[in-house]
Design a protein around this ligand. Structure first.
Ligand SMILES: CC(C)(COP(=O)(O)OP(=O)(O)OC[C@H]1O[C@@H](n2cnc3c(N)ncnc32)[C@H](O)[C@@H]1OP(=O)(O)O)[C@@H](O)C(=O)NCCC(=O)NCCS
Length: 209
């Protein structure tokens, strides 16, 4: 059975999934999930996560509207998280900015790995991004994992991250065929600014002309 069939089998109509001996749901992230999410990311990815090039596209921004998800176990424990961000993926051949989403981080609590939760989060995120009308998702991650969801390096050759990136890990999935055709240039952030980012702007800057 491949990963897709496995997920399909484990998904029941009300959005309840089964992993090992337990059940979990995938729901939209809530503001109060922040601490649990950050703790989970530290456990799953370690301190280095804050130094990734992708972080430059996320810092001080909010995730794309309706595209931040939590996997919750029985009793409400956070088992996994995935978020998507509005970006511009360079320009097309006519010089017009290409809008896209950046996916990440995707992480599952180390105690719940290999139960299908990461895959379920990915499929849910891709489905919702398509439903909301987005054209493409870009990410930096292991192709050995993300190819199963349709991500390849075929459409990122002309694109660049705002920092170092291993080319083989720079991947994209078109939700609308041809959306990234001819896309060339730097990925830049386009997300809504978070009020927290506004709050930490030094007073001297906030009131300068
Ligand atoms: C990567 C991650 C999100 C996968 O979630 P998960 O719920 O454990 O994964 P799933 O149960 O959906 O899938 C498990 C399968 O993916 C494989 N897999 C997991 N991470 C992989 C990776 N980085 N590269 C290749 N395969 C990987 C497992 O070996 C397993 O393979 P199998 O189906 O042949 O047994 C999770 O392991 C995690 O949080 N890792 C740390 C954070 C991280 O590195 N995130 C970015 C990933 S590039």
């Amino acid at each position: 059975m491949d990963a897709a069939e496995n997920i399909e089998q484990n998904l029941v109509p009300d959005g309840l999934y089964f992993a090992g001996a337990g059940a979990y749901t995938i729901v939209n992230e809530l503001p109060q999930d922040e601490k649990a999410r950050e703790d989970l990311l530290d456990r799953a990815m370690g301190e280095g996560r804050r130094r990734k090039s992708s972080e430059k596209l996320r810092r001080g921004r909010l995730p794309s509207e309706g595209l931040a998800f939590s996997a919750r176990g029985a009793g409400g424990a956070l088992l996994g998280t995935v978020r998507l961000w509005d970006i511009q993926a360079g320009h097309d051949a006519a010089g017009k900015g290409v809008r896209a989403l950046l996916l990440g981080p995707l992480a599952v609590d180390p105690a719940s790995k290999d139960l299908g939760i990461g895959s379920a989060l990915m499929r849910h995120a891709v489905k919702e991004a398509a439903r909301l009308g987005h054209g493409a998702i870009i990410l930096v991650g292991d192709p050995e994992y993300y190819e199963r969801f349709g991500f390849t390096g075929a459409k990122t050759a002309g694109l660049a991250m705002p920092g170092p990136v291993e080319r083989r890990r720079f991947l994209a999935l078109e939700l609308k065929p041809g959306h990234l055709d001819g896309a060339k240039g730097l990925l830049t952030p386009k997300g809504r600014r978070s009020s927290r980012a506004m709050r930490i702007i030094p007073v001297s800057l906030r009131f300068s002309a």
